[in-house]
Design a protein around this ligand. Structure first.
Ligand code: ADP
Length: 165
């Protein structure tokens, strides 16, 4: 069973085997955490992403981490929040499950996640956090560490509450 941690901070600075990127379907870069990861990793990351042919919402694909401390980046595409009636919950669960599957296939022992879909995509953190923590507990069993790294106070509070429950 992986140890599930919640921390404030910048995911690009995490010294873990793999960090997860909240990407978009093109995998060609964007704002938010995606932009921060591409800036920190360097231009080789975009070159490798171009070869992947995009990624469907709910799926995950891996690249190298290049200049990041993490060896790999696992790019996943979260759902855009549309009120909860468009399968958002199942898709966000799938993002976490597929990212952990990919981590396992790579041989990663430690993985850091941002709050997928909780930025521009508008998923309420209070709903996303319990789902993300439950997915880490259910599907991260053969990893050593799953860490959620949160930027804002509200997101951090939601994940800390979910992890303590
Ligand atoms: P999405 O499009 O999936 O909503 P965003 O990048 O807009 O993705 O936001 C996802 C979350 O990542 C938000 O809570 C945002 O505050 C956070 N975030 C942005 N930059 C970073 C960073 N460098 N490290 C960790 N989290 C970050």
């Amino acid at each position: 069973m992986a140890s599930v941690e919640v921390a404030r901070g910048d995911i690009t600075a995490q010294r873990v085997d793999a960090i997860v990127n909240a990407a978009n379907e093109s995998l060609l870069g964007g704002g938010g955490v995606d932009g921060a990861i591409h800036r920190a990793a360097g231009p080789e990351l975009l070159s490798e992403c171009r070869l992947l042919g995009g990624c469907e919402t709910g799926d995950a694909k891996a690249t190298s981490g290049y200049r990041l401390p993490a060896r790999w980046v696992i790019h996943t595409v979260g759902p855009v929040w549309g009120g909860g009636g468009r399968g958002e919950r199942g898709l966000l669960d799938s993002c976490h499950r597929r990212s952990l599957d990919v981590a396992r296939e790579l041989g990663a022992r430690s993985v850091a996640f941002p709050a997928i879909s909780c930025g521009v995509y508008g998923y309420p953190a209070a709903l996303a956090a319990p789902l993300a923590v439950a997915a880490a507990r259910a599907h991260g069993h053969d990893l050593e560490l799953v860490r959620f790294v949160l930027f804002g106070d509200e997101t951090y509070a939601a994940f800390a509450a979910a992890a303590s429950g």
